[in-house]
Write a new protein. Structure first.
Lengths: 232, 343
């Protein structure tokens, strides 16, 4: 249950106000990248009996949403984002088993990898972090992933969306090879494909038959949400 | 001697705008080999550089294929090379970082440019090329910038984390990286080569101006000052991405030639570089070279040249050319360069 919804039909008592304040504190600790403090507060909120989904949405995801916004505006850079992501991951580790017990479903499954011949992973990792922060489940198949690895992973994990990353002008050409292989395996209609990375563009995405392109990690989350909204 | 580039770097008007396409892995294509084969064989790399000069006629040649890997490999990182016909670009294996943050920086091996990794190979190639072309065009060594080298040694994400958790250690690591780069650069300077510092891991797309100013700027400034003292008048600093926001910091490094990548704001570069009397290289988006017709590339080049607005410190470049970029694309750029001076 969303915390906001939890309060709409009830009188807000002092205890609830206290919980709201603590969730706000948690989102700020995530934003500030304070892993240890976030972890402690997450555990306290779990112990208080608050649903894990509420802690996830109103604490962790809310914090990462601010991070995304600041990044978009150029007020936050990669090192700071990684600090926030570290804090989110630490807290998420506490919540994950509880979310499973509560039967919480993720917002969608995204398979992501850097294409064949390319060892750069920072962009892919950042997109993964931001997507996780937005509540999506990530299957990361790593760097230098050849087309067959994408095909096998799609068949195994059945993601709704596939993200292809490339940082080199030479390796970006392997995005097309990968998309062709996915089509060749009869899986193209089952997934939306989004590409990203320094040398690629919307024009390139159109040329190679990708469904979408994202210039940065924040926009990648928006693009994924758009596609998920259309498919749901 | 072709002084076109030197004139542009000094902001004196050359006979035409100099052309510096970013040819690294694509060098291998000129001789029908793979990047992995060429970067490990001094004869092939020499042959590839000579072929590049003959076919493209750039206004300077830069030694190297996988330019960010050489120093890190000499220190102990593992480079993945590809065998057979695989034309992928060699890269540092992510799991082969040599510094995790729990060790002392002094435990890292200071490489000897004459002995370690592929440093001697690149020096041999520089010697070969200097013999043949040293009197015709500038020959430059590709050097990692301190932040990019540190990122290879400890992993980029780890380096970002250490910036916050152990800033003093990052300062030490960057000092070590700077010393490695100085020694490697010095070996090329003794052969009569120039140097180019590449530091794209410190791009403003990754680092804030604040972090750049605290960690990277002092070392880069010191490095460039050191090379100046060794007699290299012009030291370019190449940082990719949209670096418009950090141009002030880059100019403060003392580099007299900075990169205005395809996505950066050329108007801002013109304004600030002309005020500081520095040259800049404007990159064309080389991915277009794979899809556009020669005629379209010609017109796109002319548009790019017009952006120079007559500034004498303007150099035309490209984003790294993909392996196998057709020659017709480069011919179209060269035609536009030749004809533009008459436009």
């Amino acid at each position: 249950m969303q915390f906001g919804a939890h309060f709409r039909n009830t009188n807000i008592c002092e205890t609830d106000r206290g919980i709201m304040k603590e969730l706000l504190d948690l989102s700020q600790l995530i934003e500030q990248g304070q892993s240890q403090k976030a972890l402690t507060l997450t555990q306290q909120l779990v112990n208080s009996g608050l649903p894990s989904q509420t802690i996830l949405n109103d604490g962790l995801i809310a914090g990462m949403a601010v991070v995304g916004e600041k990044m978009r505006n150029g007020d936050m850079y990669l090192p700071e984002v990684l600090q926030s992501a570290g804090a989110m991951k630490a807290s998420l580790a506490i919540l994950k088993p509880l979310l499973a017990l509560e039967g919480t479903k993720s917002r969608g499954k995204i398979l992501i990898g850097t294409v064949k011949g390319d060892m750069h992973d920072i962009g892919k990792n950042l997109v993964s972090i931001m997507l996780q922060g937005a509540g999506f489940e990530i299957v990361d198949i790593g760097c230098n992933a050849d087309p067959q690895r994408f095909v096998s992973a799609i068949a195994e994990h059945a993601p709704e969306i596939v993200g292809l990353s490339a940082m080199l002008t030479t390796t970006m050409l392997n995005m097309k090879t990968t998309i062709d292989a996915i089509a060749g395996a009869g899986l193209r209609s089952k997934v939306k494909i989004i590409i990203g990375g320094a040398p690629v563009s919307q024009k390139f995405a159109d040329e190679i038959g990708a469904d979408g392109y994202s210039r940065d990690a924040v926009l990648a989350v928006d693009k994924v949400k758009q596609f998920m909204d259309r498919t749901s | 001697m072709n002084r076109r580039l030197e004139q542009a770097l000094e902001c004196e008007r050359p006979d035409r705008i100099p052309f510096l396409p970013a040819i690294y892995e694509h060098k291998a294509w000129f001789i029908g080999e793979t990047p992995s084969a060429v970067c490990r064989d001094p004869h092939l790399l020499t042959k590839a550089l000579l072929a590049e000069y003959e076919r493209v006629q750039p206004d300077a040649l830069t030694i190297g294929i996988d330019v960010y890997n050489v120093e890190a490999e000499a220190i102990g990182c593992k480079v993945i090379y590809y065998e057979g016909e695989n034309t992928s670009v060699p890269a540092i294996a992510p799991e082969s970082v040599v510094f995790r943050g729990s060790e002392e920086v002094v435990s890292l091996k200071m490489p000897d440019p004459q002995k370690d990794g592929r440093m001697p190979l690149n020096l041999e190639v520089a010697r070969n090329i200097m013999k043949v072309l040293g009197k015709e065009i500038p020959i430059r060594a590709a050097l990692s910038g301190p932040f990019s080298l540190a990122a290879h040694l400890t992993g980029l994400e780890n380096l970002f984390m250490l910036v916050f958790t152990r800033p003093n250690l990052v300062h030490e690591l960057l000092d070590f990286a700077s010393e490695v780069i100085k020694r490697y650069g010095q070996a090329f300077i003794e052969l009569g080569c120039g140097v180019v510092v590449f530091d794209s891991q410190s791009s403003t797309e990754l680092l804030s101006p604040l972090v750049y100013r605290e960690f990277v700027l002092p070392r880069t400034r010191e490095l460039i000052e050191y090379f100046h003292q060794q007699g290299v008048r012009n030291v370019p600093l190449i940082i990719g991405g949209n670096t418009t926001k950090m141009l002030d910091e880059y100019l403060e490094t003392g580099a007299n030639n900075v990169l205005c990548d395809a996505r950066a704001d050329v108007t801002e570069f013109l304004h600030k570089c002309s005020a500081a009397r520095r040259a800049f290289r404007r990159n064309m988006d080389s991915t277009d070279f794979l899809t556009l017709s020669s005629e379209d590339i010609y017109h796109r080049t002319v548009d790019c040249l017009k952006e120079s607005n007559g500034y004498p410190g303007f150099i035309l470049g490209t984003v790294i050319l993909p392996y196998g970029t057709p020659m017709t694309a480069l011919d179209a750029v060269r035609s536009a360069l030749q004809e533009y001076k008459h436009l």
